[in-house]
Every structure is written in structure tokens, then in C-alpha cells.
Design a binder for this molecule. Structure first.
Ligand code: B1M
Length: 210
């Protein structure tokens, strides 16, 4: 791992936005691959933060600072990750499921989809099944993206799929699911159309489904 990636990881762990944006800018100027900056720098930093939380070395407020710092870094990185695409891929409704406030990964997926040409309607976090389904109907969306980061909130995906069926809308919209505890097996089990392990793969799967 390069020193510049180590700087990004350390800056995310420290949770200060300034050093994160400076480190990301420095990495870009040094010619580092933007996807590597995302995966080996920013995301690796958040993974380390999660491990430190597990070990009791840091606490929830520290995680929040790190999350905000990572979002600042993402803002600098995003124009370099996705650019120059015509906007014609269709409409996607996206959000984090009910009871779940984790939104960094979902935001990243939304931003990447937007960069890939999708019209993205981001409903935010803690989104009730009714809100997802209403938004799909209202926007005529061809794709619904749901993110869950807690094992306890994954069943909200099932409830949303059930509501789509109950309203006779299931055949009209493709459903893409993701988030750290969500697997291809889980996606198959609940009857989703697609699953992606990360934001880059989410774009690939979304294009396949569109
Ligand atoms: Co929380 N949290 N958290 N947390 N948090 C996790 C998820 C956890 C694994 C930490 C741990 O214990 N090691 C654990 C979940 C355990 C479990 O259920 N398996 C956990 C817990 C327990 C909790 C609380 C319950 C803690 C508490 O209060 N005691 C609480 C729950 C609150 C709630 O939601 N009701 C909580 C709170 C928080 C904060 C608010 C402090 C903060 C969130 C801030 C925010 O999001 N604005 C937070 C954070 C930051 C984390 C960790 C450290 C980092 C998550 C993250 O942003 N990763 C996380 C530990 C970890 O993951 N290492 C943890 C970076 C991000 C880029 O990756 O989100 O995985 P990720 O997204 C990826 C992929 O998953 C995928 O693509 C993304 C980009 O590559 N993806 C999709 C995501 N959504 C997708 C959708 C798709 C496709 C792909 O299609 C639609």
C-alpha cells in the first residue's frame, strides 16, 4: 500500500474533513486511480473504523466524524469516478431501508448511478416500504435500489417487495439490493432481481436490469 493511501486511511480514522479532502486531492494529483482511492483509501478507512469500533477502541461519535470526513472525501473524488455520460439510462428510486440510518454506501451507489446516466431519486435513509413504493409509482421508475447495513433491517426489503406485489407493481420495476450484510443468496431468497457487492458493481447490474 502506498503512503498516500495510508494518509487517506489515517485521515478518515481521525475524522477531520480537511485532511481527508487534502489527502484525496494529493492522491489524484499523484495520478492514483480514482477507484483505488475509493476502495483502498476511503472505504479501507471506514473498514478500519468499523474494526476499531468492534474492538472498543473508539465510540459511535468517532464513527460519525469519520463518516462525515469520508463523505467530504467522496465529494472531491466523485467527478473523477463518473463523468461524461449521457443521461438516458432510466429512473432509479434509491434509499436505505426502514429503521436503518447508514447512508454512506447508499449515497455512493446513488452518485455512481447518477454518473452512469440514471435519473436518481434518493429518498434518504430510514425509508418505509410505502415511501419506496409510492415513489416508484410517482416517478415511473424502472429500478428500485434498497440498501441495508444491519441484519435487523434486512427484512424491510422483504416488506417492500411484498408491498410492490400487493399493489400489482412487482412486474413493472426491477429491484436491486445491497449493503454489507446482504448477499446474493439473500437477494435470491427474497426475490430481488439483482444484488451488488459495491457501488461499481451496482452500476453494472443496474445497466443489465435497465
Ligand atoms: Co453502524 N453498524 N451502527 N453506524 N456502522 C455497522 C454497519 C456495523 C457492521 C458495525 C459493527 O458492529 N462492526 C454494525 C452492524 C452489525 C450488523 O447488523 N451486522 C453497526 C451497528 C450495530 C450500528 C448501531 C446499531 C450501533 C449502535 O447504536 N449501537 C447503529 C444503528 C443505527 C441505525 O441504523 N438504526 C449504528 C450507527 C452508525 C452511525 C450512525 C454511527 C454510522 C452511520 C453514519 C452514516 O451512514 N451516515 C455508522 C457507521 C459509519 C458504520 C460502519 C463503521 C461503516 C459503514 C460505512 O459507511 N461503510 C459499519 C462497519 C463497517 O461496515 N465496517 C457499521 C463504508 C461504505 C462505503 O460501505 O456502507 O458497506 P458500505 O456500502 C458499500 C456496499 O455495502 C455496497 O456498496 C457500497 C459502496 O461500495 N452497497 C450497496 C451499500 N448499499 C448498496 C445498495 C445497492 C448495492 C450496493 O443497491 C441498491
Amino acid at each position: 500500500m502506498t503512503d498516500i493511501m495510508k494518509d487517506i486511511i489515517a485521515a478518515v480514522i481521525d475524522g477531520e474533513p480537511g485532511p481527508v479532502t487534502t489527502a484525496v486531492s494529493a492522491a489524484l494529483e499523484a495520478g492514483e486511480d480514482p477507484e483505488s482511492i475509493l476502495n483502498d483509501g476511503l472505504t479501507a478507512g471506514m473498514t478500519a473504523v468499523g474494526e476499531m469500533l468492534d474492538q472498543g477502541e473508539i465510540f459511535i461519535p468517532d464513527v460519525l466524524w469519520a463518516a462525515e470526513a469520508m463523505q467530504e472525501g467522496l465529494a472531491v473524488l466523485l467527478p473523477h469516478l463518473a463523468h461524461g455520460v449521457s443521461r438516458s439510462a432510466g429512473t432509479v428510486v434509491i434509499g436505505t431501508v426502514q429503521g436503518d440510518v447508514h447512508d454512506i454506501g447508499k449515497n455512493l451507489v446513488g452518485l455512481m448511478l447518477s454518473g452512469a446516466g440514471f435519473e436518481v431519486r434518493d429518498l434518504g435513509h430510514d425509508v418505509a416500504p410505502e415511501a419506496f413504493v409510492d415513489s416508484v409509482a410517482h416517478n415511473g421508475a424502472g429500478l428500485l435500489g434498497m440498501s441495508a447495513m444491519l441484519t435487523t433491517t434486512m427484512p424491510a426489503m422483504t416488506r417492500t417487495l411484498e408491498l410492490l406485489r400487493a399493489r400489482g407493481m412487482r412486474e413493472k420495476v426491477h429491484v436491486l439490493v445491497g449493503g454489507a450484510p446482504v448477499t446474493q443468496g439473500y437477494a435470491d431468497k427474497i426475490g430481488a432481481d439483482g444484488w451488488a457487492i459495491d457501488a461499481t458493481r451496482a452500476v453494472v447490474v443496474a445497466k443489465e436490469l435497465a
